[in-house]
Design a protein around this ligand. Structure first.
Ligand code: ADP
Length: 628
């Protein structure tokens, strides 16, 4: 990251900021319009008060004509009322569309969509997750990255109108001359004096934000140091809220880890780098920045008061000019700060885009998958080999296999033999390194991916149910067919449990989002996940260790229901427990990435010295010794 920081030029920084702004505008134009309007009204409002109250004060200190005074007061009140009303309306509009949370959501959704749409190998890659972690951390602790562009835009519009309003209201300060009989004060009319003052004001206005930027840079330098602290913090907050970990946390006081690790790493606290900077360079720069801006205000007061004393304008205008120049200078300072921030932020934008720009390298087909009510889809693996990206060895070697429609197929083999990888290839999470996979005779790469995936229902070993109603979980949708959901739950053997829940299918699962939510056992969760796979109504049902979380009785129950669950689908099971594979028509034995045996349970058992009988005997032995 450091190298990138040194290399980036202004052109690239501007391009990155422009691209980020265009992205925001494409995603949420209404948010930007409402924000711009709010910033405009916010910037202009102080000037309206300044202008009209100066008029009133001038009249009070001058001719004191009653009707003019009344007219000016009424105008001030009317204009203020209208602007305040407008401000309130725009404020609400902006807040509804773009309060902090919404902006967070846009940010989060952009990242989430990208993660879901990128090639699976990239989504699985730890480097992708490290990159995303880094992006999220800087966004959380300093709003750097995409969120900063939105905040900068808001501030830019405000600063722009502060500048324009300030110039409009303060031009006459330099134009109106001190009276010729005002003695030495007439030197204030000299063009050089005015030029000197303008230069001084400009210098001071630039200096203050520059000092501020030095302070900000110090903060950025602490970025690396915060990384560890933030990760620990995020982990700890998750740790505290996961009830499944509650026992472990209490028993082993895992919260203490955080304190000890932080003491070692010094991310936070008085010994941290940030605290040292605060006491040194960063503190001095920020204090100097504040002092400079106070000095500036003092100079403005002096100049305006001397001109008023010399008779250049009335006492009312003193407030107008002082106010206008102070806001004008604030606007200038903000502009400089925005430029400095945009420059620093460019490095974080580069990081954000390096995530968003991860290319999809897998071929994206467009063929539609023929819809067949008879579920007559034929899948064939032709000489398929596969090696994970960045690794040296094939984890699947020369697999050739044809699934017969409506067949129950079991994949067995020791851990690491390639069973899950086989399913990943079938679901096209990866493309084979060699060979091809065909669906009804056509390479699966040629199909539209979403269409292709509709042919499969998978219950992964580490499936996740959401803290939503049971019915919605089964249908994987907010709107669902109650009868179909019930029927799937019945076939999966979990209906009796759902029936006695307070609201049946409408009962919330878990307590994350509702106090009335019900906690269910691992086995019940697994049955609901099976019901979810059945609801999808696809031609293939893939069950990865379908009974892993079940006790032997529940496991037996599931297997006796297998025919009900699978119906006319083609089913593929992955299981460690060979006893559960006896029910399948065909068993495929994997060993070190190769298919070493294929056949029915009985045929395979008869092949003495084969891998299957070896595994079977090992497990049978285990059960026997376990039972004794
Ligand atoms: P099984 O499901 O039979 O236990 P897997 O298909 O999960 O086996 O794994 C097969 C081999 O591939 C193992 O050696 C495993 O370490 C390796 N492997 C699995 N996933 C990845 C991955 N994402 N990157 C690199 N190697 C992997």
């Amino acid at each position: 990251m450091k190298e990138e920081k040194e290399k980036m030029n202004w052109k690239e920084k501007i391009q990155l900021n422009r691209r980020a702004f265009a992205l925001w505008y494409r995603e949420c134009p209404a948010v930007l319009v409402s924000t711009a309007l709010y910033s405009l009204v916010n910037a202009v409002f102080p000037y309206i008060t300044l202008f009209f109250s100066a008029q009133i004060l001038n009249e009070l200190a001058g001719a004191r004509q009653k009707d003019i005074l009344v007219r000016r007061v009424l105008t001030l009140l009317a204009v203020e009322a209208v602007v305040l009303l407008l401000k309130a309306v725009v404020f609400r509009w902006k807040n509804v569309l773009s309060d902090g949370l919404c902006i967070y959501l846009y940010d989060w959704k952009r990242q989430f969509d990208k993660l879901l749409s990128m090639d699976f190998c990239d989504a699985e890659d730890t480097r992708t997750h490290e990159l995303l972690d880094a992006i999220q951390q800087t966004s959380q602790w300093g709003a750097y990255g995409m969120r900063m562009v939105y905040l900068q835009f808001r501030d830019f519009i405000e600063a722009l109108f502060q500048l324009l309003g300030g110039i409009a209201l303060s031009v006459s300060l330099f134009r109106l001359p001190v009276r010729v009989d005002a003695g030495w004060l007439t030197m204030l009319n000299h063009p050089l004096c005015i030029l000197l003052l303008v230069l001084l004001l400009f210098g001071v206005t630039v200096l203050s934000p520059c000092l501020e930027t030095i302070g900000t840079k110090c903060w950025i330098e602490c970025d690396e140091g915060f990384k560890f602290g933030n990760r620990m913090f995020q982990f700890l907050s998750r740790l505290m809220s996961e009830d499944k970990r509650a026992l472990d946390v209490r028993l082993y006081r895992q919260d203490k880890f955080f304190e000890q690790m932080d003491a070692i790493n010094c991310s936070y606290g008085i010994h941290s780098k940030a605290a040292r900077y605060g006491r040194g360079k960063m503190g001095v720069a920020c204090a100097a920045s504040a002092a400079v801006s106070r000095i500036f205000i003092g100079i403005v007061y002096l100049f305006v008061c001397l001109k008023a004393w010399g008779g250049a304008f009335g006492v009312g205008s003193v407030t107008q000019y002082i106010g206008a120049i102070t806001v004008l200078s604030g606007g200038m300072a903000k502009m400089i700060e925005i430029t400095g921030n945009a420059s620093v932020n460019a490095f974080y934008l580069k990081r954000a885009f390096s995530f968003l720009d991860i290319p999809n390298k897998m071929y994206q087909g467009s063929l539609t998958v023929e819809k067949r009510s008879d579920k007559n889809y034929e899948v064939e693996f032709c000489n398929v080999s596969f090696r994970y990206p960045g690794t040296e060895n094939d984890v699947l070697k020369n697999i050739s296999l044809k699934f017969k429609v409506g067949e129950r197929l079991a994949l067995v083999g020791q851990n690491g033999s390639g069973k899950t990888t086989f399913i990943k290839l079938l679901c096209r999470l990866y493309d084979p390194t060699e060979g091809e996979i065909l669906l009804n005779g056509i390479n699966i790469r040629k199909y539209d991916y979403q269409e292709y995936m509709r042919v499969f229902s998978v219950v992964f070993q580490d499936f996740k149910l959401l803290a939503f109603p049971v019915g919605q979980n089964v249908a994987a949708s907010v709107i669902y067919d109650t009868q179909k959901a019930e029927s799937c739950c019945r076939k999966a053997g979990v209906w009796e449990r759902i029936e006695i829940m307070p609201k049946g299918l409408e009962t919330m699962l878990f307590r994350d989002l509702s106090e009335d939510g019900v906690e269910i056992s691992g086995g019940e969760e697994q049955k609901i996940a099976i019901a979810r796979a059945m609801y999808r109504d696809s031609a293939f049902l893939i069950l990865d260790e379908p009974t892993a979380a079940l006790d032997p009785i529940a496991e037996y129950e599931i297997y006796t229901r297998l025919n009900q669950i699978v119906e006319d689908r083609t089913a593929i099971y992955i299981s460690h427990r060979l006893s559960s594979c006896r029910f399948c028509d065909e068993i495929i034995v994997f060993h070190e990435g190769s298919m070493v045996q294929q056949g029915s349970h009985e045929t395979l058992l008869m092949q003495e010295g084969g891998k299957y009988s070896e595994l079977w005997n090992a497990q049978a032995q285990y059960y026997v010794s376990d039972a004794s």
